[in-house]
Design a protein around this ligand. Structure first.
Ligand code: OGA
Ligand code: MN
Length: 214
């Protein structure tokens, strides 16, 4: 189940992050691990443990259904499945630091479930200069995703004027991008859409609070 980071697209990922700020990584994580993660999300949903996501941090935190509609649960590493995923992200953190000198200190991530009709309008995950969230990852957990189901991740140019990519949320795929530079949005989905959104940070974790988005 291990992710072989030396062989599996890591060179392309590092080049793309430097050159364009984002990368679409097919088969970043095995189907076995994705299926196990998906099963966790499905049981959290049944147990009512997924909560409406918000925007803004601390005092400014608010639920804004016009901006985002997903339900989330932060990973706490309490299951073996989560530990395996977090270990793989630790390896990725090491590679990013080694090649790009980003000084990433930790990783925080949440499961996200977008039900039919849900979306997340165009936003940035972090504001420049806050030395906060540096690199975003989004792992998709949806087997047999159909092209007409919507729910794509749209990646925009830094000035928001151009659509650079439209990424379908297929199982095992990971979108990776620079959190301060890449505006992005989730188009309305027509089917349940499950992912793990995560952030490498260069300061202490505030897991459970959500960074500004606009
Ligand atoms: C986010 C986000 C993108 C996606 O959670 O901040 O932009 O494709 N997610 O789920
Ligand atoms: Mn985002």
């Amino acid at each position: 189940m291990a992710l072989d980071l030396t062989k599996n697209h890591v060179e392309q990922l590092l080049d793309a992050l430097v050159e364009q700020g984002w990368y679409e990584w097919p088969n970043a994580v095995t189907d076995d691990l994705c299926s196990a993660l998906l099963a966790e999300v499905e049981s959290y949903d049944e147990e009512g443990e997924l909560k409406r996501a918000g925007i803004g941090r601390g005092d400014k935190h608010q639920l804004n259904q016009d901006v985002r509609r997903d339900k989330i649960k932060w990973l706490d590493g309490n299951t073996t499945t989560q530990q395996i995923y977090l270990q793989q992200m630790a390896e990725l953190q090491y590679q990013l630091n080694r090649a790009l000198f980003l000084g990433l200190l930790e990783y925080e991530c949440h499961f996200a479930l977008y039900k039919k009709g849900d979306f997340y309008k165009k936003h940035l995950d972090s504001f420049r200069g806050r030395a906060n969230r540096m690199v975003t990852t989004v792992l998709y957990l949806n087997p047999d995703w159909q092209p007409d189901w919507g729910g794509e991740l749209v990646v925009y140019s830094e000035d928001s004027s151009q659509r650079l990519a439209v990424i379908t949320p297929e199982m095992g795929k990971m979108a990776v991008f620079m959190s301060e530079q890449v505006p992005h949005e989730v188009l309305p989905t027509r089917q349940a859409r499950v992912s793990i959104a995560g952030w490498f940070r260069c300061n202490a974790s505030i897991a459970g609070q959500i960074d500004p988005a606009y």
